[in-house]
Design a protein around this ligand. Structure first.
Ligand code: ZN
Length: 451
């Protein structure tokens, strides 16, 4: 397919904005970028996509999300409002994830995938929980991702909070899925990690079992120090802080993702840096949960690799850029904090490197020949000068995800002129709304009463 009549944003190591070029896609990759007139002649018989003068850029990547959280929209938490994050887990997330059947897991994932295609997020790293429907849950999500045409990295969060039988089932689900995942699953668009909930719901024995069960070279995906409670629980259980404890159990490493890292100390940052472990930042979620602000600038200065996720908020990643940009300024009462280059480092380059580890064989998140053809068209008509250098400020102050008109993954068009081509949004919405009353009813039965 030849895409023409576009302005290219490459997100190469030195970002470029290129006019008068066309892009030829073949076998899921970007095969050639060249002068528009020349390529129109060279590929005269190829299928064409006229970009109508829009920006053509790499799709956005989300480094940490939860497809299973979609049914929480509008859900009323009974009793007094949760007073802190552990209370939010007990009163919202744990009773909600218990309420999900495999049908709900599928429907919740589909709702999230529609949202991702609409908002130009082409790769998502998901962290799944459904303690009453564990076996096969990752297959159900993988099938939904395959149908959607997106790219995703999946895992099941192992936890002791529902007893040893379900902890073992979680381990089995990861191991089984990791054997299936790889180059062949969904044409190589679905990969796996080994999921762990958080140190505060994992015993030493379960951590050991996870380490022993994880295939060689597999990374883990775990929440770390999202709230002080995680650190104090770890100190009580093991005499060690969370990151030290995970290091002892062999969980850290260059393929492991630790989400949040808000309450880590300097030594923990050092360990994350030395082991090249990833940290992901989710400012909208952190603000919503009132859990504090991760010291992202310090972590980056300490050499920690930090990416940007959404933790189940909308798959509108520029919203997450904007929130990070604003949050760190107000937190420090200093408009110089969280400068744009750090945002680009996290959201563009680090996210591409992180997600790219799961999809080797071609670069991801960059518009160069040979890269995975994951692209979006953005109908942004700048009213001021737009250059490769000032693009990040246009994104912060001018872009909106509703400007995404086309989403392409592995060379296949998933949305064109804002019409979804792979998923039936009306049917997905209808199904989700028909399932939600039962989910909310079960949820109400699982919520612990106030005391
Ligand atoms: Zn999370």
């Amino acid at each position: 397919m030849l895409i023409h009549n576009v302005r290219l944003v490459t997100w190469g190591l030195t970002n470029e904005i290129l006019d008068g070029r066309a892009v030829y896609l073949d076998k899921g990759k970007i095969a050639e970028i060249g002068g528009e007139a020349r390529l129109l002649k060279k590929y005269a018989r190829a299928e064409r996509l006229d970009g109508g003068g829009q920006l053509l850029m790499p799709g956005n990547i989300c480094a940490h999300t939860h497809f299973y959280s979609a049914f929480a929209r509008g859900l009323a938490i009974p009793g007094r409002p949760p007073r802190d994050f552990p209370d939010i887990l007990r009163k919202l997330w744990w009773p909600l994830d218990k309420s999900l059947t495999l049908d709900d897991v599928r429907a919740s994932a589909e709702v999230s995938l529609v949202d991702a295609i609409r908002h130009g997020t082409t790769t998502l790293i998901d962290h799944h929980a459904s303690p009453n429907a564990i076996d096969g849950s990752l297959d159900v999500i993988a099938e939904a991702v395959d149908r959607a045409g997106l790219r995703a990295v999946l895992c099941y969060e192992v936890t002791d909070r529902d007893g040893p039988v379900r902890a073992r089932a979680g381990i089995r689900e990861n191991v089984r899925f990791l054997k299936r995942a790889g180059r062949t699953l969904a044409g190589g668009r679905v990969a796996g990690l080994f999921g762990l909930h958080a140190s505060l719901t994992l015993s030493d024995q379960t951590l050991q079992e996870c380490r022993a069960a994880a295939p060689d070279g597999t990374g883990f995906h775990i929440h770390v120090a999202e709230h002080e409670a995680d650190e104090y629980d770890s100190l009580t259980k093991s005499g060690m802080r969370v990151v030290d404890r995970l290091e002892k159990h062999g969980i850290l490493g260059p393929r492991t993702i630790t989400a949040h890292g808000i309450h880590t100390d300097i030594r923990e940052a050092e360990l994350l840096s030395q082991t090249r472990t990833w940290v992901t930042h989710q400012p909208r979620s952190n603000m919503n949960n009132g859990v504090g602000v991760a010291p992202i600038e310090s972590l980056l200065r300490a050499g920690v690799r930090v990416g940007l996720g959404n933790d189940g908020f909308s798959n509108a990643m520029w919203e997450e850029w904007k929130t990070a940009y604003l949050l760190h300024k107000v937190w420090h009462r200093d408009p110089r904090r969280m400068p744009c280059d750090l945002l680009v480092e996290m959201a563009v380059y680090n996210n591409a490197a992180l997600a790219g580890q799961s999809f080797p064989g071609a670069p991801l998140g960059v518009l160069v020949p040979g890269a995975h053809a994951d692209l979006i068209l953005v109908d942004y008509r700048p009213t001021t000068t737009l250059t490769s250098g000032n693009l990040p400020w246009h994104i912060l102050f001018g872009f909106h995800e509703s400007m995404v008109t086309a989403t392409i993954v592995a060379g296949r068009i998933l949305m064109q002129d804002r019409q979804l081509l792979t998923l039936d949004e009306e049917e997905i919405t209808r199904r989700a709304r028909s399932l939600v009353p039962e989910v909310w009813h079960r949820y109400a039965g699982f919520v612990p009463s106030d005391n």
